[in-house]
Structures are given as structure tokens and as C-alpha cells.
Design a protein around this ligand. Sequence first.
Ligand SMILES: Nc1nc2c(ncn2[C@@H]2O[C@H](COP(=O)(O)OP(=O)(O)OP(=O)(O)O)[C@@H](O)[C@H]2O)c(=O)[nH]1
Ligand SMILES: [Mg+2]
Length: 317
Amino acid sequence: MSSSKRPVIKFFGLGGRGVSALNLIRDRGLRDSAGPIFPLLITANSDLQDLSSSKAQIKIQVGAKSLKGVGAGGMFEEGKKGLLEVLPEISSLLAISDLVILISGIAGGTGSTLSLVAKSLNARPEKPVLFAVTFSPFSWEDYREPLAQKALKDLRAQTPGVLDIPNAKVSEIYPELSTQAIKKKIDEAFYRAMGAIASVCEKADFLKILTKKGQTGLGYADVSGPDRALQALEAAIQHPLMGGFTLKEAKGAIICISCFPKVKESEQKAITRRVQELIGSSGDFVVGSVQDERLLDQNAVKVTILATGLSEAKKKS
Ligand SMILES: Nc1nc2c(ncn2[C@@H]2O[C@H](COP(=O)(O)OP(=O)(O)OP(=O)(O)O)[C@@H](O)[C@H]2O)c(=O)[nH]1
Ligand SMILES: [Mg+2]
């Protein structure tokens, strides 16, 4: 990929959550510093009714023969049978790209087969860069934990960078909220992460940062007022989805600054300087800025951090 050209990014959503996550991207849109971008969205699901709600450009039915239009009922082996029917098609649709972002609710019968898609892409001569986003179970889905853990482990073996958004953790952060409101918070976390990746996609180093092996931390904050930029950065680092990690422990970071009108140069410089201090000389980072006219508070700055290459061994709470 040359540094001047926009990379080809494809999003692949598998299973019910894969479908709904890509609908969110379709509805809200993505942008880089030059304006809106329109990456290819591809979804695949065994549940035909759910698949019909997909707003992706390409929709693929998983297991038309073996599953006959219904879901895999939370069973990996059923999901796998279905996926194998369409894996060559999915793989060739995704292979020619600079970056493929794989997305699923990792404990679903269909979504848990995401590692098989990654494995098939890794076996191709085109070898696109892979990054994965998973949603691990809600607190009321304890029975799905063993499947989630196995599926996540298999996925990590195929994909260096994985951002797991633990549904249960988000309910812990907001104990007072309804399930519907918690799902909205999770959607926001996911959308902020995807927005951050989009915001830096024309920068030379961004693929290198996404492929640092390890856990990925996510933090974001919106602050208005005089010292808004640095305050938003510090608050983003403290976000619970950073898992207690700091930027010091990251091998890479993507920072996205979003506001309207465009962020002040002095603010961008202050954030860049602070991130450099925190991440140290061995870390790679890029800072993207996007202008978002949809922001209601024009005094606010939104900062999002994706910290990559965090230690896999110590899972902080
Ligand atoms: N945050 C969030 N997570 C979801 C949502 N829907 C599903 N999930 C998570 O994703 C997991 C898998 O659900 P689905 O994606 O519906 O399952 P599937 O992959 O379609 O699998 P089968 O229906 O068994 O074929 C669930 O156990 C939840 O943890 C959602 O709307 N928001
Ligand atoms: Mg389903």
C-alpha cells in the first residue's frame, strides 16, 4: 500500500451481531480527514430473516443446505457446517483488500466460527491484513462463556489484533441502565473504535499499528471548555474499556480527534506531544482528525484511543 492512496478496507460481519454492527456503520457512516468514506460492507448469517435486515452491500446466506434459513442455535458445530458451505465465496470476496475487519458476537453458533474465515484468508496468496472485533457475552449469558473463550482463543491465533468488547463489562459500568440502553452504549463504543480506524486510514503506519499482537484497549471521552483536548485524552485513557492499561503498556495507538469545526492545530500538537510522552520511543502511533458537522456541542472535542499490542497474559479488570 502506498502512503498516498486510500487503502481498500472491507468489513465482514458474521451472525446476528455481525449484521447489526454493520448496520450501525451503514447508518452512521465513517470518515477520514478528507470526508466520508464508503468501505465495502459484507454480511453473512444463517438466519435468513435476520440477514434480510442487513444494509450491507453484499449479503451471504450461511448454510442454506444444512441450516435451511434458521440460526445455528448457539452451536459451533452447526455454525461451522453452515459456514463451510460458503467459506470459499466469503474468502474470495474479502481476499483482495488491504485490511479486512472481521466482526461477530463471538458466542453465537454462527459468530463463533469467525476464526475459520480468518484462517481461510491467511491461507490465501493475497494475505490481506486482518483485524477483528468481537462482542463477548452479556452477564446473563454465563452458559455461553466456554464457547466464547474457545472461539476468541482460536481467533487470536489467526488474527494478531483483536478488540474484544465485553458486553458484561459494559453492564457493570452502567448498573443502573436498562438492557436496551446498555446495548446503545456498546454500539457507541464499537462505533467510536471503527471511527478511529477510519480516521487514520490514509496514514502510512496505520496497518502496522493494527497488527501489533495482543489485546486492544478502547477509550473515549468528550470534553468541552478551555483545556478540552488534553482533558479528553486523559479521560479517554481512564475509560474502563482500556482495561486498566495505560498507553505506556501499548505497542501502538490510534488516536482520533473529532470536532466541529476542525480541531485547532495547537490542540492536535498538544495531544500528539502527550501521546508521544506516554507511549515512549518504542511505540508507534498515528493521530487522525475528523471534522464532524453532526456534533451538537461545537465547544466539545471527542477523543478516541485504540491501544494495540497490550499484553495478552495479564487481563486486567
Ligand atoms: N452488544 C451486543 N451484543 C450482541 C447483540 N446481539 C447479540 N450479541 C452478542 O452476540 C452473541 C451472539 O449472538 P448472535 O450474533 O445473535 O448469534 P449468531 O452468531 O447469529 O449465532 P446463532 O444465532 O446461534 O446462529 C450473543 O450471545 C451476545 O453476546 C447486540 O445487539 N448487542
Ligand atoms: Mg443468529
